[in-house]
Design a binder for this molecule. Structure first.
Ligand SMILES: [Fe+2]
Ligand SMILES: [Fe+2]
Length: 204
């Protein structure tokens, strides 16, 4: 029995309709693999941060990263309100680039009873990032970008860096995506810039 298995199965059933189940599973498996080394890089592995109790059982960080991966794009093509996870104007305006699906995915999970704040936070911010990212968020964002189904120029080099220094790989990925957004003349979300700065300080 995996952590929040019923919720995960519901998300996968929904994703199958839009052919996203494979991406969710691959992201989940990779996030689970990456999260411990990322937490070590953060240098603050501890009970309160990284493990939660569920029905008296300790849930490990990799189980939580797996769940975040399964849930993160559950509302990829959704729409609607997110009363518990307010979205900002930039996220709402970029409906076509679907920034809003992060808040929608967190809301979907919340509405079905998920109360793991760390997992909800990772889902909520996986598109735009956050000025104070967590190991779970970083693992999800990096796995989302590099899961085995992905293909883009420079990916094999990024994966090689990821194996040695996952946060440096995430910083590089975020930098290249924000540069792409700038080159299109679009506004870069300030969260993404703040996370790049945070990761730079962490590495330094
Ligand atoms: Fe996403
Ligand atoms: Fe994704």
């Amino acid at each position: 029995m995996r952590y929040q298995q019923n919720l995960a199965e519901a998300a996968l059933r929904l994703a199958e309709k839009s052919d996203r189940a494979g991406h969710l599973q691959r992201t989940a498996e990779l996030a689970a693999k990456l999260v411990d080394s990322i937490a070590a890089e953060f240098g603050r592995v501890g009970l309160s941060q990284d493990e939660v109790l569920e029905d008296g059982q300790l849930v490990t960080l990799d189980e939580r990263a797996w769940l975040a991966g399964i849930l993160h794009d559950v509302e990829r093509y959704g729409s609607g309100e997110t009363p518990n996870f307010p979205a900002d104007e930039l996220e709402k305006r970029h409906q076509s680039s679907r920034l809003l699906h992060a808040a929608l995915g967190a809301q979907w999970s919340w509405d079905r009873g998920l109360r793991d704040g760390g997992v909800l936070f990772a889902i909520r911010y996986h598109t735009i990032g956050h000025s104070e990212p967590t190991p779970l968020l970083c693992a999800l964002m990096l796995a989302d970008a590099t899961e085995p189904g992905r293909a883009f120029p420079g990916l094999s080099r990024l994966r090689a860096l990821m194996r040695k220094e996952p946060l440096a790989a995430l910083k590089e990925r975020l930098t290249s995506t924000t540069n792409f957004v700038k080159s299109k003349g679009w506004r870069v979300h300030p969260n993404a810039l703040a996370q790049i700065e945070f990761l730079g300080q962490l590495a330094g």
